[in-house]
Design a protein around this ligand. Structure first.
Ligand code: 1HE
Length: 264
């Protein structure tokens, strides 16, 4: 694997494997707690991806994906500074959700607080059986600030998120899978390989398909239905007209393209 040419803080490491860029949280001694430097490093990673990257794999070193906000940095901030701090997280995580390419996150151990907010900004979440989810902000007298109020209810509903914040409820990997926090559940230690396999598949899609899924789909889903149908019609006609789409359809019709069968 060749490293990516980027300047990142010591809490992050970037690599590339062909068309896949890999971002690793590398602060296991602090359970990958997210300090300001790390959040800015995440923003800079996602804004400086080379054009030939087709997907990103995000994972964490050590026993946990991430313990969330670095509580050691929660010093005296006034209200204005607090808003700016949350805005910094929003900006960085927007670059994940609405960046150049789809992002697969591999989750294990603690996926809590800001760690869960980070995971929620990815497009696909692969959880290992060791993963567990919580929003301890409630019991610490603080509130989510990394876009959790927007993204987490869209995965599990407002009622479940309220319960997590009000009671400190911890969900297991199995529960998280059943309710939609993760989209894949694998044995402990198998997440990276599964995430890599999925990222490879994603990178094999046409760039226009990945654009449509990452940029258009979530926005269409938020539109009123009439606007959504109109944007969908435009997006589908643009996708079909692409040369690469035409070539793939031709391959199928001439018996060269892959069939859709379980296990394929
Ligand atoms: C930390 C953090 C952290 C660990 N900030 N330093 N998040 C939380 O409320 C979760 C807080 N952390 C924990 O509950 C536990 O650390 C874990 C369950 C994640 C892991 O437990 P364990 O036994 O493996 O590790 P540990 O002994 O608790 O922690 C190891 C070290 O990491 C220790 O430091 P050390 O110098 O004594 O070795 C811990 O202090 C440090 N550490 N977690 C700072 N979070 C945008 S708003 C988002 C708001 C939130 O994310 S709030 C939720 C914060």
């Amino acid at each position: 694997m060749l490293g990516l040419e980027m300047t990142l803080p010591a809490s992050l490491a970037a690599d590339r494997d062909d068309e896949i860029a890999i971002l690793r949280l590398t602060r296991p001694l602090k359970r990958n707690a997210l300090d300001d430097e790390t959040i800015l490093g995440i923003e800079s990673f996602f804004t400086s991806l080379p054009d030939d990257i087709g997907a990103v794999l995000l994972h964490g070193e050590g026993e946990h994906f991430s313990a969330g906000l670095d509580l050691g940095e929660l010093k005296e901030r006034d209200i204005t500074q607090g808003i700016a701090h949350s805005g910094m997280w929003h900006r960085a995580f927007e670059k994940i959700q609405f960046g150049k390419v789809p992002v697969v996150a591999v989750l294990h151990g603690a996926v809590v607080g800001g760690g869960l907010e980070l995971a929620a900004a990815a497009h696909i979440r692969v959880a290992e059986h060791s993963a567990y989810y919580a929003l301890p902000e409630g019991s610490r007298g603080i509130y989510v600030g990394g876009g959790g109020s927007v993204r987490i209810p869209r995965l599990i509903g407002v009622a479940r998120m309220m319960d997590m914040m009000l009671t400190g409820r911890i969900y297991s990997a199995e529960e998280g899978q059943a309710m939609g926090l993760s989209t894949y559940l694998v044995e402990s230690g198998a997440g990276y390989a599964k995430g890599h396999e999925l990222a490879k598949r994603i990178a094999g899609n046409t760039a226009l398909t990945n654009f449509a899924v990452v940029q258009a789909l979530p926005r269409i889903a938020e539109m009123d239905p009439a606007s959504g149908y109109a944007v969908e019609a435009l997006m589908s006609s643009i996708a079909q007209a692409d040369g690469e789409a035409k070539a793939r359809l031709k391959d199928f019709l001439e018996k060269r393209g892959p069939k859709v069968k379980p296990g394929s």
